[in-house]
Write a protein that binds this ligand. Structure first.
Ligand SMILES: Cc1cc2nc3c(=O)[nH]c(=O)nc-3n(C[C@H](O)[C@H](O)[C@H](O)COP(=O)(O)O)c2cc1C
Length: 214
């Protein structure tokens, strides 16, 4: 099996990334690439890996879903008592990675995560399907639980409490973060491993674009 893994490699031929073709603002550039994920039929293009570090500088990474692209950054929603939220409260520096395999692209974002306002979280929470609203109430995300039954029992309780309502109140332990970028790198796969990499870096309030060796 290890030999098979070692032999796995793909040739990248689907695009090029040039200094002339990119937009001045990396969030605009991100939006432009995000639109192209639909043309390339990328599966769950809004799935992103977010890496955080804890109080002992131990990193962890996990997938979350991008829910909005704002002129100031990238929004996702989670449980404010989860491990990732604890990490962010001691160190708000995070890293995001989007891998869009189908179009041979990757975007890496370095930035600072901040909680969004409760009213903004509430507005999004109330747009979620009822089942997702219930799920947020049921799950003490990242806590150790004895078994699956703990969730099933809690689900019954929450379902019965809100059986007559379509909209549940926003839990005070649930909401969004915005990741405000300080650097964004766009990667386009190219033949012979000579990929294109353009990195935008925020310097004195302006975005500087540099090409990186692959
Ligand atoms: C495709 C996918 C999407 C996910 N989206 C979210 C999300 O938007 N928010 C979230 O809190 N967890 C999401 N998760 C679960 C997280 O990866 C993770 O298990 C959870 O947030 C707990 O992480 P933590 O213990 O590091 O805080 C998603 C997982 C997958 C595989």
């Amino acid at each position: 099996m290890n030999r098979d893994i070692a032999d796995m490699r793909k040739h990248y031929t689907k695009g090029v990334l040039t200094e002339d073709s990119v937009l001045n603002n990396p969030i605009d550039q991100f939006k432009s690439w995000f639109k192209e994920t639909a043309i390339g039929e990328v599966v769950e293009p809004n799935a992103m890996i977010i890496a955080t570090v804890d109080k002992d500088n131990i990193p962890s990474a996990r997938t979350v879903l991008l829910k909005e692209i704002d002129p100031e950054g990238f929004l996702f929603y989670t449980n404010y008592s989860s491990d990732k939220a604890k990490d962010i409260s001691v160190n708000p520096n995070v890293s995001l990675v989007f891998l869009w395999k189908e179009i041979e692209r990757q975007v890496r974002i370095t930035g600072v995560a901040e909680k969004i306002t409760t009213s903004r979280s509430e507005e999004y929470f109330h747009k979620r399907p009822k089942g997702s609203q219930i799920g947020a109430w049921v799950s003490p995300q990242s806590s150790v639980i004895e078994n699956r039954n703990v969730l099933e029992e809690r689900l019954k309780e929450v379902e019965s409490k809100y059986k007559d309502e379509e909209i549940l109140p926003l839990p005070d332990f649930w909401g969004g973060y915005i990741v405000k970028p300080t650097a964004i790198e766009f990667w386009q796969g190219r033949p012979s491993r000579l990929h294109d990499r353009l990195r935008y870096k925020l310097e004195d309030g302006n975005w500087k674009i540099e090409r990186l060796a692959p």
